[in-house]
Design a protein around this ligand. Structure first.
Ligand code: ATP
Length: 250
């Protein structure tokens, strides 16, 4: 693949596309992951490719929820591995939280490749290879999970998840934190805390907040969560996008 010139105005975006495409060729990203990435890119464009004030607040609230969790888990899929494996591992270490592979299009080969990649990037323990539980209400292999991981988690961070599984995790009584650039998606509407930001910015930002909030007592952390109104944030994010588009009109 041709090198992307560093002075290209879309350098970062093109680099991410290249990564996603390379990880698809390696068998880590599913081909439909390319389409999901494109949808994400489109929303990122509308947001101005920056972390909005609402996203920053969501990242802070997510950090508080992860610090208060007894059994936090970060769910990993192909696109997450391609775009933010190192960042997820680092976040998992500082919380600390478990990492579990959970795929929509699950095959043993993809699970093995993602596990190998996560170990190569420094992950010690990776859940989700041997599954011994199912997320109730979900059909087929995408329900498979690990008893010690997602099945028994109280707080789950699901970057780039689909709406069905988000709902099913909520039905299990879990607190779900989603990272999804599309504020209109079922995932965004269903999650307890939705971070409308690109995963490449969101994960390091949550980690930044983990360090900032780590010494805070539990009462204060709970106050941050109590203040959070996900529906209001989604409404305000849509207003942000429409005002931004209006301001760009000539
Ligand atoms: P839902 O089932 O929640 O209605 P969907 O059918 O759009 O949503 P998927 O295609 O499974 O769900 O999920 C992909 C989602 O991930 C998209 O909504 C897209 O906006 C988002 N996404 C893709 N790339 C990124 C990224 N780099 N950072 C954050 N979100 C992303």
């Amino acid at each position: 693949m041709t090198e992307i010139p560093k002075d290209h105005p879309r350098y970062l975006s093109l680099t991410l596309r290249k990564k996603i495409s390379e990880y698809m060729k390696k068998g880590i990203v599913h081909e439909t992951g390319l389409i999901a990435h494109g949808r994400g890119e489109a929303f990122d464009y509308l947001l101005g490719e920056t972390t909005t004030q609402h996203a920053e607040e969501a990242e802070k609230t997510a950090a508080a929820a992860l610090l208060l969790a007894k059994k936090p888990v970060i769910s990993i899929n192909g696109n997450v591995t391609a775009l933010a494996a190192k960042e997820c591992i680092s976040l998992a270490n500082c919380i600390p939280a478990k990492l579990e592979i959970n795929l929509f299009h699950r095959t043993n080969s993809r699970v093995k490749k993602i596990t190998k990649e996560l170990h190569r990037m420094g992950a010690k323990e990776v859940y989700g290879q041997k599954t011994d539980a199912k997320i109730p209400g979900i059909q087929h292999d995408r329900a498979l999970c690990s008893k010690k991981g997602i099945f028994s988690a109280d707080v789950i961070l699901v970057p780039l998840e689909d709406g069905d599984r988000t709902q099913a995790l909520k039905n299990m009584g879990k607190k779900v934190i989603a990272i999804d650039l599309n504020p209109l998606s079922r995932t965004a509407k269903t999650a307890d805390i939705t971070i409308v930001d690109n995963i490449i910015r969101a994960i390091p930002n949550i980690e930044k907040w983990i360090y900032k909030l780590k010494k805070m007592d539990k009462k204060e952390l709970k106050k941050i969560i109590q203040k959070w109104d996900n529906k209001k944030m989604l409404r305000e994010t849509l207003i942000f996008i429409s005002e931004r588009l209006n301001s760009l009109r000539e």
